[in-house]
Design a protein around this ligand. Structure first.
Ligand code: WQD
Length: 351
């Protein structure tokens, strides 16, 4: 895998660069030698992340990082960032991402996620920047007819507004290329990102009650939550609980660096699944996390969560063949690093 900066794409603007996946990707970009322009409105991220990134990468690399507190929906402000920094490519993470919240607040999700993307694309086009990596999701596959999922597996109707925004943004970017073949689009469909940087300095720190399994397990392990709620043990799976393809966030971040190297000088739209190719059940995750934390983690079985599917995992062979990238870390690594971050930061980035 070649991860040295492509001369033509050596300066990358990262929207949502202070978020969970964004911050880990900024680290890998800096360590691969890129200049990074981090744009984040900090609505769902802490400014402390920037200091933590600098600690991880060291002074030289940190000098290649610039930060702008901007909401990408503010087109004028975003245009000023482009004027000042002249990025060559964009990695687009910024967006609301809580499945349950999206059901309660569809207008906020469509306005923010779609409106922000349209603003970003207009500003990119106006500045002759048309290389974009989009943070998509396996959620666009819906409830699969068969697993593992390949990039040719059919997209299905989403089961919530969050999933629809991922679905629709893929369509928006594809239609941009149909209208103007200069667009160079990579859609990265993540499976379930978990874990943290091995330093323990950055990790997953959702606001409020975590929607996702692993941050909830981590907060239970550190004493912030009483008990893990397992959403159903009557699925058609070996132990009855839901199966997902959990991928270490550092592996995922490296996948973005590989995608940037691959897409330099190209045009078109290309899709890659970023997963490990291995499924793990809820109970397996709880067990692995207990092992990592060196303590039992209490759980109770509740009814299924509306909208959940029984299982999905990736066929990630296309990324291996074309990007020269594959996940290297396993569930034990993911739980070890997640616990390391959570135990060093019991209340996340807040003191
Ligand atoms: C995983 C498994 C639950 C919480 C979603 C989005 C995806 C991505 C990740 C944002 C399932 C079970 C969960 C809990 C549980 N989006 N579970 N108790 O739903 O696969 O994916 O989040 O980054 O696009 O679709 O992830 O972690 O919520 O659930 O039992 O408290 O854990 O039923 O089987 P999901 P998840």
């Amino acid at each position: 895998m070649s991860d040295s900066p492509s001369p033509s794409l050596s300066r990358v603007l990262v929207t949502g660069g202070c978020g969970f996946i964004g911050s880990h990707t900024v680290v890998e970009l800096l360590e691969a030698g890129y200049e990074v322009v981090c744009v984040d409105d900090l609505s769902n991220a802490s400014p402390k992340v920037l200091d933590r990134i600098a600690q991880i990468v060291g002074d030289e690399a940190a000098r290649r990082l610039r930060f702008f507190k901007v909401d990408i929906s503010d087109e004028a402000a975003l245009a000023e960032v482009f004027d000042e920094t002249t990025p060559k490519a964009v990695i687009h993470f910024a967006g609301f991402k809580a499945v349950g919240e999206s059901v309660a607040k569809p207008l906020a999700y469509y306005s923010n996620n779609l409106g922000g993307t349209l603003s970003l694309c207009r500003v990119m086009d106006a500045h002759d920047v048309r290389a974009i990596v989009f943070s998509s999701s396996s959620t666009v596959y819906g409830d699969p007819d068969e697993v593992p999922l390949t990039e040719a597996s059919p997209k299905k109707p989403a089961t919530n507004p969050y999933g629809w925004t991922k679905w629709m943004i893929e369509q928006i970017l594809s239609d941009l290329w149909v209208a103007d073949s200069r667009w160079d689009v990579v859609l990265l469909r993540y499976f379930n990102p978990i874990g943290a940087h091995p330093s323990g300095l950055i990790g997953e720190d959702p606001k409020g009650i975590p929607n996702n399994l692993v941050p909830y397990v981590a907060q239970t392990a550190v004493g912030r939550r009483d008990v893990v709620h397992v959403y159903g043990n009557d699925y058609p799976t070996p132990d009855g609980t839901g199966i997902r393809d959990y991928i270490h966030v550092v592996d995922l971040a490296k996948g973005h660096v590989a995608a940037l190297a691959w897409m330099a000088g190209r045009e078109g739209v290309e899709i890659f699944n970023l997963g490990t190719g291995k499924g793990s059940s809820v109970l397996e995750v709880i067990s692995a996390f207990s092992e990592a934390a060196g303590k039992d983690i209490p759980f109770v079985v509740d009814p299924r969560r509306a909208g959940d599917i029984a299982q999905n995992w990736a066929d990630a062979s296309k990324a291996a063949e074309q990007l020269g990238w594959k996940a290297e870390l396993d569930l034990a690594d993911m739980c070890r690093d997640s616990w390391n971050f959570q135990s060093q930061n019991p209340n996340g980035y807040e003191a």
